[in-house]
Write a protein that binds this ligand. Structure first.
Ligand SMILES: C[S@@+](CC[C@H](N)C(=O)[O-])C[C@H]1O[C@@H](n2cnc3c(N)ncnc32)[C@H](O)[C@@H]1O
Length: 206
């Protein structure tokens, strides 16, 4: 099911995303308060010995101390991913060029996607992949704030209000056959905190 039009998917900078992320950025993309709030949310979702995919990741994942069986990282910059001390393994893939994930069906208990969903041009296909790799009781946490690289975010995101962005993310989950179970918003910090939480749906392979 497509939720975006061709115009919605356009970016101001249509050069390959890999070029934009060619040099590592060892920064955080939201305030400390935002990152701490995200860590608390993950602590509520993660169970000991979970297998977690951190999609569109970097050198830091904002994870709690929960002992995980395995953490799989993904992103666009090899050096950033290599320096993330939570990853047991990782791979680089531009999801706007190849919308598949090299992970077996029903492998993961949780998929995390932090501060990055605005860069996906084909979120319906990518979220269907998230659903495929989730166990049938698996969860997904997509978090975002109002910060972004404006030339790289899709039109639909740039022109939307924050609440419309939450609606957009919820529509991505549904397009991927997942269910939306909760939305968390917190405006008490400099970077407003938004997260959409969902569960694997009928299309899940688990
Ligand atoms: C603002 S950073 C957020 C990184 C990390 N999740 C965090 O919380 O700090 C955006 C990330 O999105 C990922 N990204 C952007 N465009 C992408 C694409 N086309 N395919 C795959 N990943 C992409 C990059 O890995 C980049 O590190």
């Amino acid at each position: 099911m497509g939720v975006l039009s061709d115009t919605d998917r356009e970016k101001r900078d249509e050069t390959a995303d890999g070029q934009f992320y060619d040099s590592p950025r060892y920064v955080t993309h939201a305030s400390e308060a935002f990152c701490e709030r995200l860590t608390r949310l993950y602590a509520d979702v993660f169970e000991p010995d979970d297998i977690v995919l951190d999609a569109m990741g970097s050198w830091v994942s904002h994870f709690p101390d929960t002992r995980l069986e395995r953490c799989i990282g993904h992103g666009l910059n090899d050096a950033e991913l290599a320096s993330n001390d939570r990853y047991d393994e990782w791979w680089v893939r531009d999801l706007n060029q190849d919308r598949t994930l090299p992970i077996a069906d029903a492998t993961c208990d949780v998929v995390c996607c932090a501060l990055s969903v605005q860069y996906l041009q084909y979120p319906e296909a990518v979220f269907a992949e998230f659903n495929r790799i989730l166990d049938d009781e698996g969860s997904i946490v997509v978090s975002f704030t109002n910060r972004l690289f404006p030339t790289k975010a899709i039109n639909a995101w740039r022109t939307a209000s924050m609440d419309e962005r939450a609606d957009l993310v919820a529509s991505y989950l549904r397009a991927g056959d997942m269910t939306v179970s909760d939305r968390v918003t917190d405006h008490t910090m400099t970077d407003p905190f938004y997260a959409v939480i969902g569960h694997a749906g009928p299309g899940s392979s688990g």
